[in-house]
Ligand binder design. Structure first.
Ligand code: FMN
Length: 371
């Protein structure tokens, strides 16, 4: 038994406690395949894979890796959320991840099919709620993490959640090194999950010009939170587009959002009825959420401009602050190997230090006993 073997690796069937998270337009079949082959566990980003391609992407990973030891991420407000649920169950995927989660009944369907439910949370109260709803494990994402993110740093959220729940906890937000992995395991986490580090890899589908922009980010303050995209805390690399969006009037922003919503509707084939139903359900839940819900339509379209079409100044660049600490693109194999080796050195050093301290304590006790 080595430190690689945790409750998470046992349950997910991967060699190392390293998880590649779902990232819109980034976590495709190829990235998941590269992660799986390198010994990690990957999630497909179900929110941005077209409904008519999702099953093929799942099959691509199964064919290349010889099994279904990977996960699917989805959001319940997606038009094809039902399809994501059905496919995860049909192919007996190891896990699903989500933010605002499915109801108890859907979670029970996953449990009956042995699909593990791993929600991502950004606050202690959400972790407790997720456990009540039946989560098998939780990913905590500290505020320094990329994409939608809370305000509590990993160094505060991780110990809080570890003290409050009994299920395995996966630490996310700011990880990219073996030192980080060693510290998370030492604190009691069963794995780390990384988004930005995998996005900034040579296996990532992100266009070269956009990756160059991420690599050129050297200051963590350049990777900041904005509410301008969809009304929620969203961490991204600062660029002219974000500044324009922030400077726009509420009407101006709404206009941009409605245009994006129309484009997204055309691309996904989402029916007007579904769109209206989604809006009405969200507004019923929380009337103040109306502009948020409309603005949520911004996200896939604005992501697409930078992350698919390769125009880093014309779309958004979701990122964790850790981007400022990453200066080269490695393959998934190289980065997982490096992280595992570095964690190994850290954990051995910790072990030796403890042994030395125990030996000197024994020597001290021996001396005292003979005085
Ligand atoms: C480019 C990018 C896109 C993301 N898209 C999604 C998404 O579609 N769904 C989701 O649940 N999380 C998304 N996230 C959040 C990540 O899954 C992950 O939780 C986060 O990146 C972890 O923090 P880190 O970037 O510091 O590693 C995204 C993050 C990035 C950087």
């Amino acid at each position: 038994m080595s430190w690689h073997d945790t409750r998470v690796t046992a349950a997910l069937g991967c060699r190392f406690p390293i998880i590649q998270t779902a990232m819109g337009w980034v976590s495709d079949a190829n990235l998941v395949i590269a992660t799986t082959r390198a010994g990690g566990f990957g999630f497909l980003a179900g929110a941005t894979i077209a409904a008519d391609q999702l099953e093929a992407e799942i099959n691509k990973v199964i064919a290349a890796t010889g099994g279904s030891n990977f996960g699917l991420n989805f959001h319940m407000f997606q038009d094809n959320a039902g399809q994501c649920v059905d496919l995860a169950i049909k192919y007996r995927l190891r896990a699903v991840s989500y933010g605002r989660g499915p109801d108890r009944e859907t979670i029970q369907r996953f449990k009956d099919a042995n699909v593990l439910c791993i929600p991502t949370v950004g606050a202690l109260k959400h972790a407790i709620k997720a456990v009540e709803l039946g989560a098998d494990m939780i990913t905590i994402q500290g505020g320094e993490g990329g994409g939608h993110t809370g305000g509590v740093p990993t160094s505060i959220l991780l110990p809080q959640v570890l003290s409050a729940v009994d299920i395995p906890v996966i630490a996310a937000g700011g990880f990219s090194t073996g030192r980080g992995l060693a510290s998370a395991l030492a604190a009691g986490a069963d794995a780390i999950a990384m988004g930005t580090r995998f996005m900034m890899s040579s296996d990532s589908p992100t266009p070269a010009l956009t990756l160059e922009r991420y690599l050129a980010t050297r200051d963590t303050q350049q990777v900041r939170v904005t509410l301008a995209v969809d009304g929620m805390r969203h961490r991204m690399v600062d660029n002219p587009f974000i500044r324009k969006l922030e400077a726009a009037s509420p009407m101006g922003r709404l206009w941009i959002a409605l245009r994006s919503a129309r484009k997204w509707k055309a691309q996904t084939g989402m029916s007007t009825l579904h769109m209206l139903r989604t809006f009405i359900a969200a507004i019923k839940d929380d009337p103040s959420a109306m502009s948020q819900v409309i603005m949520a339509a911004n996200q896939p379209i604005l992501l697409q401009r930078s992350m698919v079409e390769g125009f880093p100044d014309e779309g958004i660049l979701p990122s964790g602050q850790v981007a400022a600490a990453i200066d080269k693109l490695l393959s998934c194999q190289q980065l997982i190997d490096e992280i595992v080796q570095e964690a190994d050195v850290c954990l051995q050093r910790l072990h030796q230090r403890m042994q030395q301290e125990t030996a000197s304590l024994h020597a001290e006790q021996h001396r005292s006993a003979h005085v």
